[in-house]
Design a protein around this ligand. Structure first.
Ligand SMILES: [Mn+2]
Length: 348
């Protein structure tokens, strides 16, 4: 489908997107850039940021990757590619370089950015655009892309994608697509090209995207699994739990791997806030019509969260920040999950 010698690895970006990308690159080439991704970054966000940073370095542009706190699951990627990241606290207020954001468009997931005055130059994202979104000078979004990394791989001229960038983008794609299991042909094609450029194997990429959990982590997950609340609704399993792990998505993914249909995991934050990861089995989301982002939004609404603070994400993978008591929130989640199951059944 892609003839040898094509200029770009894939078609997750349009010609207009490439025009916007070129304009943003011109501005950043003159002024430098701060590249960032959502708080608690994943392999997709870091991979996409790293590939952009290498493109800047190649042009002699001063570009730093700046993030919120990391979690250990991205350590193998960071170490393998020697990705250097800064924290927002390391960047002085006087640093006026414009900001490039990858893998989110939600201000609530960008705590460091919202405290600063820097111009938002460009956003590259594959998530649903909610009510509260960044207003960058250039927006590049494609919700049919499964990862931000494949959009970036479609924006950069292939001759500027080196081995390290290719590996980072491949790991980003693998990380967001459940080891390519969820990927359609367009994504697979980009991934294969990246694999070839990187000189790495699929196994190496999977090892970086899905590092083995440490024994301590396995023990912690098993401990938390003892307290999962679950319900068999029709023939679907709804499971809700609390987690003290560094990211609620870790437990949510493990429970979904057991084939629970709808999963929500709450992580208590300061001031009565809960960070919540929602997961729906891939098949039920894409073929069954049960949508994680919809459940996140409705549960947020039921808990009195105002418009623009009702979570979001993908149909199989979503998140929300809800303020309230644990019991009140879990009740709202079960209710929203049952309704989503009923609605999906009604549609079929
Ligand atoms: Mn992503």
């Amino acid at each position: 489908m892609h003839a040898r010698g094509e200029r770009f690895l894939g078609y997750m970006a349009s010609a207009a997107d490439r025009g916007r990308f070129g304009n943003a690159m011109k501005i950043a080439s003159a002024r430098g850039a701060l590249i960032t991704t959502h708080d608690v970054p994943d392999c997709d966000g870091l991979g996409a940021a790293f590939a952009l940073q290498r493109l800047f370095f190649r042009r002699g542009v001063l570009a730093d990757i700046v993030t919120g706190p990391h979690i250990h699951l991205t350590d193998p990627l960071v170490e393998a590619l020697e990705i250097r990241t800064k924290r927002w606290s390391d960047v002085p207020d006087s640093d006026a370089r414009p900001i490039i954001v990858v893998d989110t468009n939600t201000p609530a997931l960008l705590n460091g950015v919202s405290r600063r005055e820097n111009q938002i130059l460009m956003v590259i994202d594959h998530h649903q655009t909610g009510l509260s979104t960044l207003k960058p000078l250039y927006m590049i979004e494609n919700q049919s892309a499964i990862s931000a990394s494949e959009i970036v791989a479609s924006l950069i001229d292939r001759k500027f994608i080196d081995r390290k960038s290719a590996l980072a983008l491949a790991v980003g794609i693998a990380g967001d697509s459940e080891r390519l299991n969820d990927a359609e042909v367009g994504t697979l094609h980009i991934f294969e090209s990246l694999l070839m450029i990187s000189g790495s194997s699929k196994k190496e990429v999977d090892g970086l995207a899905y590092p083995d959990l440490s024994p301590g982590m396995v023990a912690a997950i098993l401990e938390e699994m003892k307290h999962v609340e679950s319900e068999l609704y029709g023939n679907k399993v709804i499971a809700v739990a609390a987690s003290r792990l560094e990211n609620p998505a870790i437990l949510a993914n493990e429970i979904r791997n057991m084939n629970a249909s709808v999963v929500a995991v709450l992580s208590e934050q300061m001031g009565g806030w809960h960070r919540i990861s929602f997961r729906v089995r891939f098949k039920e989301a894409h073929k069954g019509g049960i949508h994680a982002n919809d459940i996140a939004r409705r549960a947020s609404e039921a808990c009195g969260m105002p418009e623009g603070m009702r979570g979001g994400g993908h149909i199989d993978k979503a998140g929300a920040m809800i303020r309230g008591g644990y019991c009140e929130i879990t009740k709202a989640i079960f209710e929203a999950a049952r309704e989503a199951i009923d609605r999906a059944a009604g549609k079929q």
